[in-house]
Design a protein around this ligand. Structure first.
Ligand SMILES: [Zn+2]
Length: 285
């Protein structure tokens, strides 16, 4: 990506970057600072699809990035959501209106999922600004068809972080878009979250609906033997060690520190407070 191409993107938001090509035709836009959520522009033949939409008010940034990549006036074939949390679905309806395209999610994601305590407490707010006219704008994905515009990508249901969470897998190069099912930052460790260490991690526990299902989904993704992981938070990661790293992660998530142990409760409380301060509280309102 040339510097001049990034200028039009950088103009819009606080440190957002059109970061890198995660895999052939898969472009990652980090929609803000720190652990802010990623969106992906996924090209397939002549068309492209937007995967996730960041927080609310990211629509102009995303459009600008799309035009940087695909030319002025470029519009996707569709928008697909990995899940309906506000850091991924926040600008969905603004974008569907702007581009006049359909919005896709797995049926289990509708109506809005129950979630962890923090996002759960904001559910009312979330619902009002994410779904201004009911859920008419959402089209449930038919698994036998997949996402329109992405014929070479398979939709992988990955319940756990939310009930209808999905990942996208392209067998040709074993590229995997993971949403929050697998991250490349560890939001469950205060030290790792502070240092922004580039490491394979599970979904943020405090905002996860069903931990056991989330763990099983990580194991399921490991079995796909991906060569590229393009996550919802953190930079894309590539390499032959990914399948074993994911298997190890599933093991680790299955055997967390015993609840109530000093390590578990102190670390968890701190991480929760930290993340509340920076991302998941103020930004969501
Ligand atoms: Zn997220």
């Amino acid at each position: 990506m040339e510097a001049s191409q990034n200028d039009s993107v950088d103009r819009y938001l606080h440190g957002a970057t059109l970061e890198e090509t995660a895999a052939a035709g898969v472009y990652c836009l980090v929609t803000g600072k720190r652990r802010d959520s990623n969106v992906y522009f996924v090209r397939s033949g002549e068309t492209w699809v937007l995967v996730d939409t960041g927080w609310r008010s990211r629509a102009q940034l995303i459009r600008s990035a799309a035009e940087t990549l695909f030319g002025v006036g470029a519009r996707p074939r569709a928008i697909a959501l990995t899940h309906m949390h506000p850091d991924h679905a926040g600008s969905a309806f603004e974008l569907t209106r702007m581009w006049d395209v359909a919005l896709y999610a797995l049926p289990d994601e509708l109506p809005l999922p129950p979630s962890g305590p923090i996002i759960g407490a904001l559910a009312g707010v979330e619902r009002r600004w994410m779904l201004p006219s009911g859920q008419d704008g959402l089209t449930p994905i038919d698994l036998s068809v997949g996402v329109p515009g992405l014929p070479d990508w398979q939709v992988i249901p990955t319940p756990g972080h939310t009930p209808g969470h999905l990942a996208l897998f392209r067998e040709g190069d074993r590229a995997l878009i993971t949403g929050d099912a697998v991250l490349t930052v560890n939001l469950n460790s205060l030290g790792d979250a502070l240092s922004q260490r580039h490491t394979i991690g599970g979904p943020p526990r405090f905002a996860t609906w069903n931990w056991r299902a989330a763990t099983e989904s990580v194991a399921e993704l490991a079995r796909l033997e991906p060569r590229v992981v393009a996550p919802g938070h953190g930079r894309p990661m590539a390499g032959p060690v990914l399948p074993s790293a994911l298997s190890a992660l599933a093991e680790r998530l299955n055997n967390p520190p015993a609840p109530g142990s000093a390590a578990s409760s102190a670390g968890h409380k701190l991480a929760e407070e930290f993340l509340k301060l920076f991302d998941y509280s103020r930004r969501a309102r």
